[in-house]
Design a protein around this ligand. Structure first.
Ligand code: F0G
Length: 438
């Protein structure tokens, strides 16, 4: 970390750029940039006290107090020098850490906790990165912002750009974005391009077009996005009284979040917020698992695939933050695995029926925890946080398909009846009898 000021540094060739430079990849070699900040002088208990004094989850936000945001509460570790007037926030973060016995039992992880990022303003963890990236866009006077997305990033960018009064342009794969996400993106007012291709095509086009047109790119290759997303980990550590869990399990697609979690743990250790690091487990969908394949070869080779999975959020074949993801896994003695679509849907049905609910990609974390418990990687008694990255209503299509299909193990099939009391009685008598419930 630099001693005197914040800067952007290329992770491949070391080129340094000013913190206010609008480019989001290295102008010399095209490598990824990371934001290096001057860490605060407080350490350990003093820093914990500073954050705790600003409150934690459940604090009622005062509209004048940026520190009530679950992202900006940690601003010294995120983006210390941004002026308050540039900050675009809607008190994102502040998401609950839940315990649901049925989910823990299904996963065979008794000490399982669920960090529910679906409770963010637009229903996914993306808001944590977007409040920082869009604030930075305002700070540098960007005329427009853009991104490629499988749906959540676009919904989040559209919302924060609207808050900031900056035009947003998003590129999403045509016919492959969950209904809730597309509806949000349109409603918040982003100019939405449905690309006849996949996410990887969208990202290529977004990178090229933002360079040519001078539009500020808000994908997770943008280091300010990563900085914001570190607060998922900082906040969950705070919720645990700064006692680190043994494992943090998260779904992985483009690897922005995996990179952010690695960065968060690096900072948390460097500043003495925690003394021991949790291990990271990144979980991919079987049909979109280039990172898991690379992991199995000891990261000897970077892989890419043509992605296919019901979890459209993580349907990504060539993750942009690959190197950062590798670093995060290596530094935390982490693991990468993949789970089948059937496991994802089963985990999701259990999470949904527990009253918590999440979108399909999110359930990969719980399906992954179950696998790791089964093969003994997660030991009995380990404290495990699984991150639920998106809200249940993001993907209503998949929910209805599941519950209308009576062959599914947890299907709750709707029953159509005539508008007569006898029909209601007939159904209820059956449902309330000891053998009649579904
Ligand atoms: N979970 C959800 C709900 C997501 O939307 C995403 C990514 C991930 C997990 C994976 O995170 O890409 O940082 O590894 N969604 C991006 C998007 C790609 O465009 O919304 P990642």
């Amino acid at each position: 970390m630099t001693a005197s000021r914040n800067l952007l540094r290329c992770e491949s060739c070391g080129t340094e750029l000013d913190e206010l430079d609008p480019r989001t990849s290295c102008p010399k070699c095209g490598g990824l940039l990371s934001l290096e900040i001057e860490l605060p002088s407080e350490r350990g208990a003093a820093l914990r006290a500073l954050f705790d004094a600003r409150g934690s989850v459940g604090t009622i936000p005062e509209s004048s107090d940026i520190g009530a945001s679950g992202v900006w509460r940690f601003r010294e570790l995120v983006l210390p020098q941004i002026p308050d007037k540039n900050v675009v926030t809607q008190w994102e973060g502040n998401t609950p850490l839940l315990q649901r016995e049925a989910v823990a039992r299904w996963a065979n992880v008794p000490e399982l906790m669920l960090k529910h990022e679906g409770h963010n303003p637009t229903g996914s963890f993306k808001d944590r990165g977007m409040t920082v990236a869009v604030s930075q866009a305002v700070r540098i006077g960007a005329s427009a912002v853009s991104c490629a997305s499988t749906g959540n990033t676009s919904a989040s960018l559209a919302a924060y750009a609207a808050l900031a009064g900056i035009p947003a342009i998003v590129l999403v794969p045509a016919g492959q974005v969950a209904l809730g996400k597309l509806a949000q993106t349109l409603a918040y007012g982003a100019r939405t391009l449905l690309v006849r291709g996949d996410f990887d095509d969208c990202l290529r086009l977004a990178r090229e077009s933002s360079e040519r047109l001078g539009v500020y790119l808000a994908n997770s290759i943008n280091p300010f996005r990563i900085a914001g997303q570190t607060t998922i980990v900082l906040e969950l550590l705070q919720q645990l009284g700064w006692r680190a869990p043994d494992w943090i399990v998260l779904p992985a697609g483009n690897l922005g979040n995996t990179a952010a979690f690695g960065a968060a743990l690096r900072i948390a250790r460097a500043t003495g917020l925690i003394d021991s690091s949790p291990r990271l487990a990144a979980v991919q969908a079987e049909g979109a698992a280039p990172f898991a394949r690379s992991f199995r070869s000891g990261f000897a080779e970077r892989k890419s695939v043509r992605a296919e999975t019901v979890a459209t959020a993580i349907k990504i074949g060539d993750p942009a933050s690959y190197e950062r993801g590798v670093r995060a896994i290596r530094e935390t003695n982490g693991v990468v695995l993949d789970v089948s679509d059937a496991e994802i849907l089963e985990a999701k049905a259990v999470i949904d029926a527990s009253g918590v609910g999440c979108e399909p990609a999110s359930a990969a974390s719980v399906a992954g925890a179950r696998r790791l418990s089964k093969d003994g990687t997660i030991s009995r008694g380990d404290r495990v946080v699984a991150v639920l990255t998106g809200h249940i209503l993001k993907d209503p299509g998949i929910l209805l398909d599941y519950h209308k299909d009576a062959s599914r193990s947890m299907a709750n099939t709707p029953i159509e009846i005539d508008a007569e009391i006898s029909a209601v009685e007939g159904v209820l008598k059956h449902a309330l009898s000891p053998s009649g419930s579904r």
